[in-house]
Design a protein around this ligand. Structure first.
Ligand code: FAD
Length: 571
């Protein structure tokens, strides 16, 4: 059941084998899979509220409205970012059942074979390699054809997909005027080849966006892994509005007890799991809980007044995220997002169509196509810096295409956006504490573009976007880049980047996985917290290196594989 109060939970008079902290992207996978065994009772504690009936979460096209600064967002912001002219930027994380899978922009991308093979190599566990993870990708994925029934044979490769999984994935149902021009560009410029399916393990090139959508509505870990048939299991319970403050030692080095509140000024409750506590609170939430529990760098904890219980210096370190650049072009068309944003009648018609059939422009994510590209291998930059990508078939940067301008378009004009993203960043940041106050926000520093190579890649990506936009396919369509000149000097481009870059919100690595016995890292390859028992981390914070892509699929497959590892440990 999905419960709202501790009193309702107590009425059930249950004992729990597993307590999952965070009903987010990965946490709900674990909760579902562990509760497949009726002998195992599972409790999920989620700090946020219900995902039901929240329109910006449900309507795919409204995903940019789900955050920042909404009731479904933790509403964090970063410390001033040195490379971004010391700007502090919004740092949304889902504060709702489904976690960030309930508020993200729905792009379904797995990353490359090389990304996961590198995980296997650095952790010494072949189970994290691409070939071993593909079955988990298919267990997660329920691919469905687009809801407008258009012929999609040239938009994806069915051979690489899963059709019997839990989480729905589909293609766009609604054509936009940029679609044919993007595909035409792939035939005009050799630099931008077409890729029929970027989820094959090789993502280089441009392809149609695949999205986590079912029947025109968002498919999240809450709508899929906690669908009514699953939460009907008597051994699966979810408590909403339950914010875990710490994990506590149950016996000397077993941390199977959690402390939580339902009201920041109210009572503190504790519950002990008979078998394990699984932290799935995400790349900000998980290190935050570990640090408050005294698990982290002992001297840093002492300096903020927290009693250290277990010295694990990597907790909250190694944070890696993808910087993006908001870039748009003024276009010679009125058939873009801006028109409905400025015309309430048209907006109401679109919403009525979506309400009636789940189709139309609102039934799709705002990203129409994605492209993944490399800085040429012979670039002189690689004489100074080693190639940061996982391998020669893994991108340095990405383009996300959209039929309008992201974030606050001006009062007039219509736009096309190419959003460049650095997907193989070298900079590392951190999540640390500056206070023992259990409810104070942690100090979040993703260190965006904080490495010279990352900045170089972003500048090259920006120049590449200008080349893309100069293809014949855009001749009568694009008028000019907006807010920057394509003939700008490097110094001018750099200033534009400093003022307009931000995060795409893919933090990973703050509970980094390392080989068993390593003196660095936070969890072993079986995701147990090093040196402790009864406590695992299962969310994207365990990623040893950031995959060169959007991170929700990684969260799903981490949840799927972890579930098998945990089941095997208790059988
Ligand atoms: C705005 C945005 C857009 C994005 N767009 C995309 C995209 O298009 N495609 C893509 O692949 N990825 C995207 N991502 C990234 C992706 O969604 C995340 O990487 C992924 O969902 C993280 O999964 P997770 O399980 O690690 O954490 P989360 O899904 O964030 O789950 C953590 C859960 O733990 C809960 N929690 C935290 N602290 C506590 C506590 N103390 N007590 C109890 N519960 C707690 C949270 O409320 C949350 O529900 C986006 C992310 C954001 C924020």
């Amino acid at each position: 059941a999905i419960l709202e109060s501790v009193a309702d939970l107590n009425k059930l008079n249950l004992k729990f084998d597993f307590i999952v902290v965070g009903g987010g992207n990965a946490g709900n996978v674990v909760a579902n899979r562990l509760s497949e065994n009726p002998e195992h009772s599972v409790l999920v504690l989620e700090a946020g509220g219900s995902n039901a009936n929240v329109l910006p979460i449900i309507v795919p096209f409204f995903s940019p409205r789900a955050t920042p600064n909404t009731p479904q967002d933790w509403n964090y912001s970063t410390v001033p970012q040195a490379a971004l002219n010391h700007r502090s930027v919004d740092y949304p994380r889902g504060f709702v059942l489904g976690g960030s899978s309930s508020v993200n922009y729905l792009a379904y991308t797995r990353g490359t074979k090389e990304d996961y093979d590198r995980w296997a190599k650095v952790t010494g566990d072949d189970g994290w390699s691409w070939d071993k993870l593909v079955p988990y990708m298919k267990k997660n994925e329920h691919f469905v054809l687009p809801s407008d029934f258009h012929n999609a044979t040239k938009e994806f490769n069915p051979a690489v997909h899963g059709f019997t999984g839990i989480n729905s994935v589909t293609l766009h149902n609604f054509a936009t005027p940029i679609d044919s021009r993007i595909i035409e560009t792939t035939t005009e410029l050799a630099e931008y080849p077409f890729n029929l399916d970027m989820n094959s393990g090789n993502h280089l090139g441009i392809g149609w966006e695949q999205q986590t959508v079912k029947d025109g509505s968002r498919s999240s870990s809450a709508t899929s892994y906690l669908a009514p048939q699953f939460v009907a299991r008597p051994n699966l319970n979810v408590l909403l509005n339950a914010r875990v403050t710490r994990v506590l030692p149950t016996t000397s080095n077993a941390f199977r007890t959690v402390e939580f509140v339902q009201d920041l000024n109210g009572e503190k409750y504790t519950i002990t799991a008979a078998k394990e506590v699984i932290l799935s609170s995400g790349s900000v939430g998980t290190p935050n809980i570990l640090l408050h529990s005294g698990i982290g760098n002992s001297s840093a904890l002492t300096s903020v007044g927290i009693k250290p219980l277990h010295n694990l210096p990597s907790v909250g370190q190694n944070m890696s995220d993808h910087p993006l650049l908001l870039l748009s072009f003024l276009v010679n068309s009125t058939d873009t997002w801006e028109t409905a944003e400025r015309n309430t009648t048209l907006a109401a018609e679109q919403l009525a169509q979506w309400n009636a059939t789940g189709t139309g422009p609102l039934g799709d994510s705002p990203l129409t196509h994605l492209g993944f590209f490399r800085i040429p291998d012979n670039s002189s930059i690689f004489k100074t810096f080693p190639d940061p990508a996982a391998g020669p078939n893994t991108a340095h940067f990405e383009f996300m295409f959209g039929n309008g301008k992201f974030r606050a378009p001006p009062a007039t004009g219509n736009f096309f956006s190419i959003t460049p993203v650095v997907v193989s960043p070298s900079a590392r940041g951190s999540v640390i504490l500056n206070s023992s106050d259990l409810f104070a926000d942690p100090v979040i520093d993703p260190n965006l573009l904080g490495d010279d190579l990352d900045f170089f890649i972003m500048r090259e990506a920006l120049k590449s976007a200008f080349r893309f936009a100069a293809a014949p396919a855009w001749k009568d369509y694009i008028i000019s880049p907006f807010g920057i000149n394509s003939t700008a000097t490097d110094a001018e481009l750099d200033e534009f980047i400093r003022e307009n870059a931000g995060s795409i919100f893919h933090p990973v690595g703050t509970s980094k996985m390392s080989p068993k016995g390593a003196t660095w890292g936070v969890v072993d390859p079986d995701l147990r917290v090093k040196g402790l028992s009864g406590l695992r981390v299962v969310d994207v914070s365990i990623a040893p290196l950031i995959p060169a892509t959007h991170t929700q699929v990684s969260a799903y497959i981490i949840g799927e594989r972890a579930s098998d590892i945990i089941k095997a440990a208790w059988n």
